[in-house]
Design a protein around this ligand. Structure first.
Ligand SMILES: Cc1cc2nc3c(=O)[nH]c(=O)nc-3n(C[C@H](O)[C@H](O)[C@H](O)COP(=O)(O)OP(=O)(O)OC[C@H]3O[C@@H](n4cnc5c(N)ncnc54)[C@H](O)[C@@H]3O)c2cc1C
Length: 399
């Protein structure tokens, strides 16, 4: 989304290499009749908010970020030594107060700052909070499938799904089953040889292992087949089923089980900071999880830019306090709204929860849909790095 893209742009991210596609519309169809339920275009996002909304293939985004972290100083940044990666060597324990971590290899390290970014299924979360991890399945699961975009376009039963509805712009194209709510989200990524990313949110099917076995209940991913997916979308229009049938069992289709944690009151503890899904796990309702993570990384970079190995520990503590003050309200507001669902800002108890988390700014009105102009303004009209620079200026003026 533009707020995350702005940070990548500041960092000199190689967009050409990552080949994202500009996201300019959201169309929701009735999955059975294929009637249009909702349609929004937003081709002017770049003009309005300075950066486009982009869809990436996850691996391309990862590669671009890795290149930035490990590459030499770039034209746009001068953040010191390239990072060194320890792939396949998980962090198994952390001590937030002492700033130590232990890798699976047995190596122990002591650092000025630990950044915990181990995602939704964080093993380090409970070491960070000092409490048992409250993560819970929410009864929803997602199938994730990648389709060859060219194949969809060349198939007479499926091509019209991409070409016959309001199609002047590329972007999200979704279908909602009016009977049992199975909801499909599709979007293209990779501009040179596009793939169609498909996620199908549905009610989790009971499994004997899950009810009898605590480990299975906590498992977040299991294998699936195209036949199973077709069974789940049995109310869908035959042409949508034809679209899913273009997927292949060999593509290693996975069911991702959605989980929830309550919002954290603080992202900092001792010498540690938690960031991304580990800090604010949310449903993909507003496509905001990665954007919030990238925004937070952008804020952290601003706040830590002048901190060196010789800086006293108090300086890091001061900066973490600012990070918390700026990021907890915004990230947890998105977490609450995304977990409670579309237009949940209309529910007073949801608004009360957001206010309790310290977010006191304006919220979209009760009728603002997730991609409506009002919601876009709330989401995109925010310059997190400018806010961090301002907070740092005030801190330095006070010193
Ligand atoms: C179906 C779906 C669609 C989505 N669509 C969007 C979207 O359109 N826009 C958006 O902004 N967000 C979207 N999201 C959310 C987005 O994917 C996440 O918010 C984002 O990936 C979070 O990034 P992260 O780095 O915090 O965690 P992850 O991407 O999960 O990365 C965590 C990393 O930590 C590593 N790790 C785990 N444990 C350890 C350990 N002990 N030691 C070392 N490393 C460890 C993992 O291997 C992994 O590489 C979507 C999510 C889903 C499920």
């Amino acid at each position: 989304m533009p707020v995350g893209v702005a940070v990548l742009d500041d960092w000199g991210f190689d967009f050409e290499k990552a080949e994202p596609i500009e996201n300019q519309r959201m169309t929701v169809l009735n999955a059975t009749s294929l009637d249009v339920i909702a349609h929004e275009t937003f081709a002017d996002i770049k003009q309005q908010y300075g950066h486009a909304a982009l869809t990436f293939h996850r691996v391309d985004l990862h590669h671009g970020l890795r290149d930035l972290a490990t590459g030499p100083e770039g034209e746009h940044h001068s953040w010191g030594q390239p990072a060194s990666l320890h792939c396949g060597n998980a962090v198994i324990t952390i001590d937030c107060d002492r700033g130590t971590l232990e890798l699976a290899s047995g190596e122990v390290m002591k650092k000025d700052l630990l950044i915990i970014a181990d995602g939704a299924h964080s093993d380090l979360y409970s070491q960070f909070t000092g409490e048992p991890d409250p993560i819970k399945r929410i009864g929803k699961s997602l199938y994730r499938i990648l389709l060859n975009h060219a194949e969809v376009l060349s198939n007479p039963n499926t091509a019209h799904l991409l070409t016959s509805y309001p199609t002047a712009h590329k972007g999200f194209f979704s279908a909602l089953d009016p009977v049992d709510g199975a909801y499909t989200i599709t979007y293209p990524c990779r501009s040179q040889s596009p793939v169609l990313n498909v996620a199908i949110v549905h009610n989790t099917k009971p499994s004997p292992e899950a009810s009898s076995n605590e480990r299975a209940e906590k498992s977040w991913q299991s294998p699936a087949s195209i036949a199973e997916v077709l069974g789940t979308i049995h109310n869908y229009h035959p042409d949508f089923k034809a679209l899913i049938s273009l997927g292949k069992d060999d593509d290693d289709i996975k069911i991702h089980h959605a989980m929830r944690r309550p919002p954290l009151k603080s992202f900092a503890s001792g010498r540690a900071l938690v960031i991304g899904d580990a800090a604010h796990l949310m449903m993909p309702t507003h496509a905001a999880g990665a954007s919030m993570a990238i925004e937070s990384a952008g804020v952290l970079e601003v706040l830590m830019r002048d901190v060196t190995a010789d800086s006293p520990a108090e300086v890091i503590q001061e900066r973490l306090k600012i990070f918390d003050r700026l990021r907890v309200p915004r990230c947890t507001a998105f977490q609450i709204l995304s977990n409670e669902g579309w237009m949940s800002q209309a529910q007073p108890e949801v608004v009360a929860q957001i206010r309790e988390q310290g977010f006191h700014g304006w919220l979209p009105g009760p009728d603002a849909g997730p991609w409506s102009a009002e919601f876009r303004k709330w989401y995109f009209n925010h310059d997190a790095r400018a806010e961090a620079k301002q907070a740092l200026r005030i801190l330095k003026d006070e010193e």
